[in-house]
Design a protein around this ligand. Sequence first.
Ligand SMILES: NC(=O)c1ccc[n+]([C@@H]2O[C@H](COP(=O)([O-])OP(=O)(O)OC[C@H]3O[C@@H](n4cnc5c(N)ncnc54)[C@H](O)[C@@H]3O)[C@@H](O)[C@H]2O)c1
Length: 275
Amino acid sequence: MTDISNRTAFITGGANGIGLGIARSLARAGARLVLVDLDADALERAAAELSEKTEVYTAVLDVRDRIAYAQVADDAEAKLGPVSILANNAGVAGGAPANKLTYELWDWGMGINLDGVINGIQTFVPRIIERGNGGHVINTASAAGLVAGAGNSLYCTAKFAVVGMSEALSLELEPQGIGVTLLCPGPCATDIIARTRAVQPKVTRSMSAEQRSNAFARNEEAKKYLENGTPPDAVGDMVCEAIREIRLYVHTDRRALEQIKDRMAALLDAMPPAA
Ligand SMILES: NC(=O)c1ccc[n+]([C@@H]2O[C@H](COP(=O)([O-])OP(=O)(O)OC[C@H]3O[C@@H](n4cnc5c(N)ncnc54)[C@H](O)[C@@H]3O)[C@@H](O)[C@H]2O)c1
């Protein structure tokens, strides 16, 4: 059982969506909050709301920037004390069909969705181990980190990597009193599609008019799919429960059940026959 109250939590992408849901839930449980994000306006709104419940420190940070990351970590710990809950949550949804991917897109997507998580781990895990007071790491992957989808190779590459990293860290850190939670959301009602569209390097220029219109339709469909997804505040509560109970896996719904079963069955079926 991990007690959340009086711990300092560091949440990336904490100004919107799932990160804000996690922040709200942790605040209710009595944690102090460090929220980092690229979105300065949303950080301001989140700080105004949450500082009525707990101490809050915010900083504009691009999780890809290692030097700035270390500086923000030092500043935040000087203000709110040692961080012992880390939520590596910042992420983007983007991608493109395999023949439209560019190195620019790969660097952007892997930079935020994987390197951002690595930078959080590198910055804080040695500190948390060194201090010996236990703690918890939450990595936000996705159901797309457990089952692959056609046209989703960029996102799946990063999210599958976060799954492997989290499982390995859990084996190593749990005996040292540091829990790991791997959050694999299904659709959640956030504005990730619109936010991603606003910042993703352009891929559509080299597409025909028909391809562009198909891409637009897929985007609108994805937005609708997420609108009916799990509310981010409910995800925050699921994460807090998993921290308390030191639970590795959090799914936000059962939508990927059959696909996960099929993938596991295919993996097992490919084993050589028993001797
Ligand atoms: N919404 C879903 O349906 C869904 C499903 C599966 C997984 N996820 C994952 O959940 C996480 C949160 O997504 P969300 O839906 O809350 O999205 P969101 O867009 O609502 O929130 C993400 C936050 O991350 C911030 N961010 C983006 N790039 C950043 C960077 N380089 N540095 C710092 N902050 C950055 C954004 O400004 C935003 O505030 C992501 O990792 C996403 O991949 C979301």
